[in-house]
Structures are given as structure tokens and as C-alpha cells.
Design a protein around this ligand. Structure first.
Ligand code: GTP
Ligand code: MG
Length: 462
């Protein structure tokens, strides 16, 4: 198969002398096993590599590499060169072709790279072969994202989730790294059983830690469950703010509620969900939750580990899907976010598209609003369109509700109590043998109480 190679373009400065023996590969190796954080004494020099498969747009591949460069920078390293190869399929052994791998080795030497980062996930075997060939660490986009999450995790839950994701990534990549490790095996808690290799000892140790983390996370999730039930009893509607990383989700929560959440021009600044109360026009209180950002090719290990955090999204009454209109391809971001939502069972939660950073790219915002009916353009930081956004959200929430008249037998005090808990009782009067109740319910509750229904009055009419 012909390989249409593109010329490698070194984008960095000439190599600095002190880096000559720095190919230590700390980056992407998740530092110590206990913290999952990386200690870096210097900024590593990185070469990034993308592959354009048939059907891929050349521009999309470049854009994805631009994003990878941003990820690497966020992780605390510098991209000094990039390389793109066109291929029909990945090479099973080395992902790129043999010739390209050799070119990559020469380039890495020339720019004195510490690590090579591939834009797609490498198999453990590919990673191993590439490191041998290149004589330096070879990692993938997933490792970089896991690294950033590791650096940004601050809460107990966030840290546990990220560590779990990192272990899930590492487990299949463990290999008998040899003597150094096996000598450590004499240590406490790492004793080798009869006939057990060092690799098996390491694997067992990681599995044990993963189980422990899973237990911890279950306990945290249980606690949150209790809080959530309390919240549900309070009958407040919930709105989750979702979107691509750096779209302005935290800025929007701050603008709407004065929450004071950390806002940074950095990827994955937010890992923990923050919930605040806000008032919709008309005075109805709602709960607004800011959530972790998504990205194209989001590591499945992370999605898996963040499942309990994402429940807030699946259970929301409405999603505010925030999109950065100044991004190079906002539609690709919308697509990536919806994909993650779908995969997490949140695909059917009603969504309101919020085109943010209107101040920065007004033409793009106008174009997007025109192409996405029902959407709205705002600026969280310049405070443009925020009252309209709240009005739109209130309308959307209200349209999900139905007003029904129910006849509840006097003997069913339990049902009456449930109605007060789950709906908004508008009128209540004693009829013949039953209480006649006019109540505003969401669709699920309206179905649940359908057997008491006397007549459906339609949405919105009091
Ligand atoms: N010009 C402009 N910049 C904005 C606007 N909203 C947010 N920003 C900037 O965009 C960057 C990201 O904002 P955040 O609110 O941290 O974005 P986020 O979606 O919470 O990002 P993560 O938590 O990292 O996923 C910050 O530098 C904000 O100041 C806006 O309306 N206009
Ligand atoms: Mg944020």
C-alpha cells in the first residue's frame, strides 16, 4: 500500500543542551503509583503524530492535532514537531508504517524529543514496539488526557475516579519491565507466590488497588444518592450544564448564580460537579449543575470511572449544552458531546443548545443559531443574552409538564400525599366520594397517576 508521507515540520526551537539525556519518559507514566500525579522537573519535548485514514478530512486531522497540542501544553509539555501519515489501516505492530516509524525516530532524535504522542489510542503491543524502535516513550492521546485529569483532580471522589481510570489504562500495558521491579518484589506486601512472575505480582497489586478504589467510589456514590433523594423530595427541577471542554460551562454557572466556580482558559479545569440554586423568570427555583467537560476521543476508561458523576446529567430535567462559537469547528464539538451523552444514557434528556462566547465571534454565533432551531446565543462573561436564556429554559421546562385533573378516593390519602410531593397541586376540592385535584405533573408522574385521571387538560393551561 502506498504511503503518502507528508514532510515532518519541526515547530519548536533547536534542542537545548541540558535535555540530551532526558529521555526518561516520565510523561504519561502517571508518576508514582500512589498519587497518579506526574512530577516533572522540566517541560518535556514532544513530537505528535496523526494518521489520516481514507474518508478522513485532512483539515480534521490537522485540527485534531491542534487539539492534541493544546492537551500536551495543558499537561505541561511542549510540542516541538508534528508528523502526519496517510494510511489505509493502522499497521498492527507499530500503528504507523515501518518506514514512517523510522522517519519518526530520526525526527525525534533531530528535535531531541523526550516522548512521542500519537493522536489515537495505541494497543499495548504497538506502544511497546514503538518505544523499542524510537528509543523513547511512545504514548497516546488517552494517556495525555488521563494525565491532565490526574493533575486537576482535587476532591476525594475525583482523585479516586482518575486513579481508577489510570489503572484501567495501565493494567493491559503492564509488562515485565524486568529486573528493577523484580528486585523490589522482596518488599512488604509484594511477596511473590511460588512460580509467580513479577508481572503477575504487579498485576495482582494493581487489581487490588482497583477493587479498593471501586469500593471507595461506591461508598461516595451512596452518600450522593442520599443527597439526591433529598433533592428530589424538594421537587426542584434540575438543569445540567454540559459541553465540550473550555466551552464556558463554569463561566455560565457563575454568571447565572454567582457560584464562584474556577474558570480557566485550560482544558478540563472542572472535574467535580457543582450545584447551585437559581431562579427562573417567574420565581421558580431550579438547581443548576456544572459538569466535567467532554472532548473528541474521550478515553472510555474515564467515562467508565466518571459514571456516577454523570448521573447528574442523565437525571436532569434539561441540559444546557454550551458550545464555544469561536472554536474552529463548533459542529464537531456538538457531535462529540452528543456522542458521549448518548453512550451514557443521557441521549433522551431534553437539550437546549447555548452558543456561548457571542462577544468573541458574533458571525459564527449568528450562523450557528440560524442552523440550529431553538438554540440561543449568549456570552457568559460579557453577560449577553442571559435573561433570555433563563426564559427559554423556563419555557422548555414548562412544556414538559402537563396539567391533569385527578379524582382521588378519600381512602387514598397516600396518593394525595404523593401528588403534593411529586407535583404542584393547583386546585383541590372535595367531590363525590373523592377529592378532585388539579395538578401540574411531569410526563412520567402523569403516566403513573393515570388511573385516577378524569380528563386531560393539555400542557400549559392552568
Ligand atoms: N470571550 C469570552 N470568553 C469566555 C466566555 N465564556 C467563557 N469564556 C472563557 O473561556 C475559558 C473557559 O471557560 P470555563 O468557564 O472555564 O469553561 P468550561 O467549559 O467550564 O471548561 P472546563 O471546565 O475546562 O471543561 C475561560 O478563559 C473563560 O474566561 C464568553 O462568553 N466570552
Ligand atoms: Mg469548567
Amino acid at each position: 500500500m502506498p504511503e503518502h508521507d507528508r514532510t515532518a515540520v519541526p515547530t519548536g526551537n533547536p534542542p537545548a543542551a541540558e535535555h540530551t539525556d532526558s529521555h526518561r519518559g516520565a510523561f504519561g507514566a502517571f508518576g508514582g503509583e500512589t498519587t497518579g500525579l506526574i512530577e516533572r522537573s522540566f517541560r518535556e519535548r514532544i513530537v505528535i503524530v496523526g494518521v489520516q485514514f481514507p474518508g478522513d478530512d485532512a483539515e480534521d486531522v490537522e485540527r485534531s492535532l491542534d487539539e492534541l497540542e493544546q492537551l500536551v501544553d495543558t499537561a505541561g509539555a511542549d510540542v516541538v514537531a508534528r508528523l502526519i501519515q496517510r494510511r489505509n489501516t493502522p499497521e498492527p505492530a507499530t500503528y504507523v508504517g515501518k518506514g514512517k516509524a523510522e522517519e519518526l525516530r530520526v525526527l525525534s532524535e533531530h528535535v531531541d524529543a523526550d516522548t512521542v504522542v500519537f493522536d489515537d489510542e495505541l494497543t499495548p503491543a504497538q506502544q511497546f514496539n514503538l518505544e523499542r524502535l524510537l528509543g523513547r516513550s511512545a504514548i497516546d492521546r488517552t494517556a495525555v488526557i488521563l494525565d491532565i485529569f490526574g493533575q486537576n483532580a482535587s476532591s476525594q471522589e475525583g482523585k479516586a475516579q482518575v486513579q481508577l481510570a489510570q489503572y484501567r489504562y495501565r493494567l493491559p500495558r503492564l509488562r515485565g519491565k524486568g529486573r528493577a521491579l523484580s528486585q523490589q518484589a522482596g518488599g512488604i506486601g509484594a511477596r511473590r507466590g511460588p512460580g509467580e512472575t513479577q508481572l503477575e505480582v504487579d498485576r495482582r497489586r494493581i487489581l487490588r488497588r482497583m477493587h479498593k478504589l471501586e469500593d471507595d467510589l461506591r461508598a461516595i456514590a451512596k452518600h450522593r444518592d442520599t443527597q439526591r433523594k433529598a433533592r428530589r423530595r424538594s421537587r426542584l427541577r434540575t438543569i445540567a450544564i454540559v459541553g465540550y471542554t473550555n466551552a464556558g460551562k463554569s463561566s455560565l454557572l457563575n454568571a447565572l448564580t454567582g457560584a464562584g466556580v474556577l474558570v480557566e482558559n485550560r482544558l478540563f479545569a472542572t472535574l467535580d460537579a457543582t450545584t447551585r440554586r437559581a431562579e427562573l423568570p417567574g420565581g421558580e427555583p431550579v438547581l443548576l449543575t456544572d459538569t466535567v467537560g467532554f472532548i473528541a476521543k474521550l478515553p472510555h476508561q474515564l467515562v467508565e470511572a466518571f459514571k456516577s458523576t454523570l448521573e447528574v446529567v442523565t437525571e436532569a430535567d434539561l441540559l444546557l449544552h454550551v458550545v464555544d462559537v469561536s472554536a474552529p469547528d463548533p459542529d464537531a464539538h456538538i457531535f462529540a458531546v452528543r456522542k458521549v451523552l448518548d453512550e451514557n444514557g443521557a441521549g433522551s434528556v431534553p437539550e437546549l443548545l447555548v452558543f456561548n462566547k457571542l462577544d468573541k465571534a458574533p458571525a459564527s454565533a449568528a450562523d450557528l443559531v440560524a442552523r440550529h432551531p431553538g438554540s440561543i446565543a449568549v456570552s457568559a462573561t460579557a453577560a449577553i443574552g442571559l435573561p433570555e436564556l433563563l426564559q427559554r429554559a423556563a419555557d422548555r421546562l414548562r412544556s414538559q409538564e402537563t396539567i391533569v385533573e385527578l379524582h382521588i378516593p378519600f381512602s387514598r390519602g397516600d396518593i394525595l400525599a404523593a401528588l403534593h410531593r411529586e407535583g404542584e397541586v393547583l386546585v383541590e376540592s372535595a367531590g363525590e366520594g373523592a377529592m378532585v385535584v388539579r395538578v401540574r405533573l411531569d410526563e412520567a408522574a402523569a403516566t403513573r397517576f393515570a388511573e385516577f385521571r378524569a380528563g386531560r387538560l393539555g400542557a400549559g393551561s392552568p
